[in-house]
Ligand binder design. Sequence first.
Ligand code: S3P
Length: 168
Amino acid sequence: MKKSLILTGMMGVGKSTIGRLLAKRLKVRFIDVDKVIEKNQKKSIKKIFQDNGEKYFRKLEEKIALKIIKKRETVIALGGGAFINENIRKKVLKSCVSVWLKVNLDKLIKRYRTNNRRPLLNKTKLDADVRKIYQLRKKIYSLANFKISCDNMSKTQIVERILVLYEN
Ligand code: S3P
């Protein structure tokens, strides 16, 4: 049976949208780890951060992601911080095919300004925050099996590119 396909990368790069399209094309299941966490806690990620804090969220994220990663032949979108967790990353690198979706930072920051769903981002210093998070993470994202620079690519083109990588 084929390995699962994991999408990683910063918040808002389109992991869930691309993941859903990929799963459709591959005729396999799609699982969004953040959605499973929200269902498990019966509240939004934002509310989990507010009520219980980031540490609590990260613990839960590890537990739930590790369980989901065990599945085969599934397209899985990780939350932007999940691949930074060593336990999650090790398992992903060992048993899945991983793709880092990369988008230009200025473009991402524009997306964040119109969407207040993401608890890690404080709007007043959005620019600095995003750059800081990205600086810390990019080396780790680059450990994924493949990298796709999504700028100037349509969703369909991104999906096609990933399909070629995954199927070879
Ligand atoms: C996070 C990304 C979010 C969510 C949480 C933390 C991060 O997921 O898991 O807000 O640390 O980058 P998305 O990447 O799906 O927005």
